[in-house]
Design a binder for this molecule. Structure first.
Ligand code: COA
Length: 311
């Protein structure tokens, strides 16, 4: 019994903040941000939209897309580092609103790799026959922990949510292999201290370039595939230069990598499901395509999945 993605959803806040808007708020330029990161604009959720509101909207979209009822879900996993409050968890908040009355619920703290951790955890429960469906949400309201006095970090992040329903899929489809990892010794390079996110960009960059490429290659090998059998790469959208290095390592042409960073910036745990949905809607990912997803983040943490698309 293979587990795979049977429904996808997302929520993108309305407010667009361009690089030119940021030029007015801090000592930066559109040119610097575009060339160093690939970001052109990002979305910020308004004061009246909390993390759980975005998670709820994305989850509703994914459940609808899966064609199931919320009360068929056995577990809700929400990956976030920006919950509404320390507790109760965002997952319990949306469990109530979705009326997912049979679902257990917990949040996952694995920063930008959180969606990868969530999907792999979900896979275990689905393939063991414990739950028919697990809902995984990656959601972040990073604008509330961004220090707009710090141009090194303030230009990078955005808000949003993505969600997937994990369930059984036909033989040969679904998750083929995965890798999860952590290196706590790198925790000092990306963390929240007091109200704000702090980052040593150069160290995170070096780690990300190495880890993204390595993990992507590892899951391809574990799945018994070769690089030329990969149809599409969906990397965590943190920096276009990091993403490009993974793409080149896999020998994929430009059009075979998801690129939503220009529109949404780095939405942390939400970036991979938001991008997946974008590519499915655009018809770039179709049934039986082999896709590789790979993410990294604070912790340090990382995760990658090779999957054959389709129910
Ligand atoms: N606008 C203009 N200049 C900026 C700037 C901004 N927003 N941010 C930094 N700079 C300046 C720096 O002050 C520095 O100036 P200096 O040389 O006079 O000191 C210069 O640009 C170069 O800084 P540097 O840090 O070397 O730039 P970089 O090319 O490494 O790019 C990041 C910085 C943050 C874009 C890059 O390191 C990065 O993407 N790291 C990974 C971050 C990441 O992925 N985080 C999320 C993990 S999930």
């Amino acid at each position: 019994m293979n587990a795979g993605i049977v429904g996808l959803g997302r929520y993108i806040p309305e407010q667009i903040v361009t690089n030119f808007d940021l030029e007015k708020r801090m000592d930066t330029t559109d040119e610097w941000i575009r060339t160093r990161t690939g970001i052109e604009e990002r979305r910020f959720a308004g004061d009246d939209v909390n993390t759980s509101d975005m998670a709820y909207e994305a989850a509703k979209d994914a459940i609808h897309d899966a064609g199931i009822r919320a009360d068929q879900i056995g577990l809700i996993l929400v990956a976030t580092v920006t919950p509404d409050k320390p507790f109760p968890s965002v997952s319990t908040m949306i469990q109530e609103r979705l009326e997912a009355t049979h679902a257990a619920a917990m949040d996952i703290s694995a920063a930008c790799a959180g969606f990868m951790y969530g999907v792999i955890t979900a896979k275990q429960f689905v393939e063991s026959g414990t739950y028919p469906y697990v809902l995984v949400v990656g959601v972040e309201k990073l604008s509330k922990i961004t220090n707009f006095e710090d141009r090194n970090t303030a230009v990078l992040f955005g808000d949003g949510a993505g969600a997937a329903v994990i369930g059984h899929v036909s033989e040969g489809r679904g998750i083929l292999s995965f890798e999860l990892g952590a290196d706590g010794s790198g925790g000092k390079h990306l963390y929240q201290e007091g109200p704000y996110l702090e980052m040593n960009g150069r160290e995170v960059f070096k780690f990300a370039v190495r880890q993204m490429g390595e993990s992507a290659e590892n899951v391809i090998t574990k799945a018994g595939l070769s690089k030329d059998e990969v149809d599409f790469l969906v990397p965590h959208q943190a920096n276009i230069r990091i993403m490009e290095s993974s793409r080149q390592r896999l020998g994929l042409p430009e059009e075979k990598m998801s690129k939503t960073i220009n529109q949404f910036g780095n939405t942390s745990a939400a970036s991979i499901p938001i991008s997946l949905k974008e590519e499915v809607l655009n018809g770039k990912i179709s049934d039986d395509d082999v896709i590789v997803m790979v993410g990294f983040g604070g912790g340090l943490t990382w995760g990658a999945i090779a999957m054959r698309w389709g129910k």
